[in-house]
Design a protein around this ligand. Structure first.
Ligand code: FAS
Ligand code: PHB
Length: 390
């Protein structure tokens, strides 16, 4: 195969967004994805885009449907200690977020990639990254029954938490930081009108719940559940019954239930791998870090990684400067750790921890009391939720 400038491993949002931005910068790429397009689109994940992510989608020429169908939210509800509060992003920090599902983001990026004519090989299996410390690293993989190899200048590891890229960094160099939470999120997608115009994050004695949405006719809800829960034990009726019990009183009669079109349990973890660069390999998105979805940061952190990598590679090819490349990992990690902190804090604030001591339980109640009694505290939450600057 002919060499390319950058081989991107993974056609999730990270890989596709990077591919589109590099293509528009005239940088030749190849994307290798182990699954089919339908499989990638079948995964129901994020729902909230920071302004930085919205800007990047527009920069990539993929913002038209998002701007038409996305819903701008100027605040969010948080119910804690039995009281429903509203964090007013617009008043507190003058910014907003966009509700537009990751599935649609991925679909828009896939269609743009196809229209660009830049190559994406789906069902590329057994990907191996070779010669990462050389100037011309290689990628070997199986595709359509053949073993193929492609050389390049750089490899972008956008292959998610379970991908091959992070595992290609020697264990003597890679350092990881992790916290696994003692609960998961049971999520449901239903073609029912959302229970409110904005999201509602709920801390209830029975556990955390989140009321979100994909459109005025499609709702997304989550319930905190045990790690040992079996999805088959959760009928739709049981889910709606448990959700309704955790809702604010004024919303209980507003809840419209209906058949689930997707239902799944996701574990929650905080995870960071350092460094995000090894030789000619750069990690971006879930390949390098995972956040609990409580702060709506996973997809948005992938976007800021992609921004830094796009800038660094454009600088290299257009101005012959390696400054951006040399500083990519530090720049990305500085923002990653702040988002990890916020996602951890939101998760501690809103979930019930089975083994928490009475003192720690009192501390979290006081944290919630303080938050809603302080303009400064609510401003801090708002500026993190809408997205810290790149
Ligand atoms: P992805 O995992 O999306 O994509 C990686 C791609 O690489 C996949 O298509 C995979 O098939 C491919 N790949 C993997 N190994 C490969 C290999 N060896 N060779 C080739 N290809 C390979 N974030 C939020 O902000 N809010 C949420 O509510 C939320 N919910 C989530 C629920 C779940 C169950 C999960 C797993 C994540 C959730 N996230 C959420 C986080 C999620 O949105 C990620 O941040 C986002 O998908 C990151 O995108 P990528 O970095 O592209 O990784
Ligand atoms: C979602 O709509 O899937 C969603 C929204 C906000 C979050 C997590 C998930 O914090």
């Amino acid at each position: 195969m002919n060499p390319v400038s950058v081989v991107i491993i993974g056609a999730g949002p990270s890989g596709l967004l990077l591919g589109q931005l590099l293509h528009k910068a005239g940088i030749e790429t190849m994307i290798l994805e182990q699954r089919t397009p339908d499989y990638v689109l079948s995964r129901i994940r994020a729902g909230v885009l920071e302004q930085g992510t919205v800007n990047l989608m527009r920069e990539a020429g993929c913002g038209a449907r998002m701007d038409k169908e996305g819903i701008v939210h100027h605040g969010t509800g948080i119910m804690a200690n039995g009281v429903l509060h509203r964090i007013d992003f617009q008043t507190l920090v003058g910014k907003s977020v966009m509700v537009y599902g990751q599935t649609e983001v991925t679909r828009d990026l896939m269609e743009a990639r196809q229209a660009s004519g830049a190559p994406t090989l789906y069902e590329a299996e057994h990907v191996e990254l070779l010669d990462l410390e050389q100037d011309q690293p290689r990628v070997r993989f199986h595709h359509q029954g053949q073993v193929k190899e492609i050389s390049c200048d750089f490899i972008a590891g956008c292959d998610g938490f379970h991908g091959v890229s992070r595992r290609s960094i020697p264990e003597t160099i890679l350092k990881t930081y992790e916290r696994v939470y003692p609960f998961g999120w049971l999520g449901i997608l239903a073609d029912t009108p959302p229970v409110d115009e904005e999201l509602i994050y709920i801390n209830d004695d029975r556990g955390f719940a989140l009321c979100s949405m994909r459109s005025p006719t499609r709702s997304r809800y989550y319930l905190q559940c045990g790690l040992d829960e079996n999805i088959d034990a959760w009928s739709d009726d049981k889910f709606w019954e448990h959700l309704k019990a955790r809702l604010p009183d004024e919303h209980q009669n507003r809840l419209v239930t209906g058949p689930s079109i997707e239902k799944s349990i996701a574990p929650l973890r905080s995870f960071v791998a350092e460094p995000m660069r090894y030789g000619r390999l750069f990690l971006a998105g879930d390949a390098a870090h995972i956040v609990p979805p409580t702060g709506a940061k996973g997809l948005n952190l992938a976007a800021s990684d992609v921004y830094y990598l796009w800038q660094a590679l454009s600088e290299f090819y257009q101005r012959g400067s390696s400054h951006g490349i040399e500083h990519y990992a530090d720049r990305a990690l500085a923002r990653v750790w702040k988002a990890e902190r916020f996602s951890w804090w939101m998760t501690m604030l809103l979930h019930n921890f089975p083994d928490m001591s009475p003192f720690e339980t009192k501390m979290l109640r006081a944290e919630r009391d303080y938050l809603f009694s302080s303009q400064a505290a609510m401003t801090a939450l708002a500026e993190n939720y809408v997205g810290l600057p790149y």
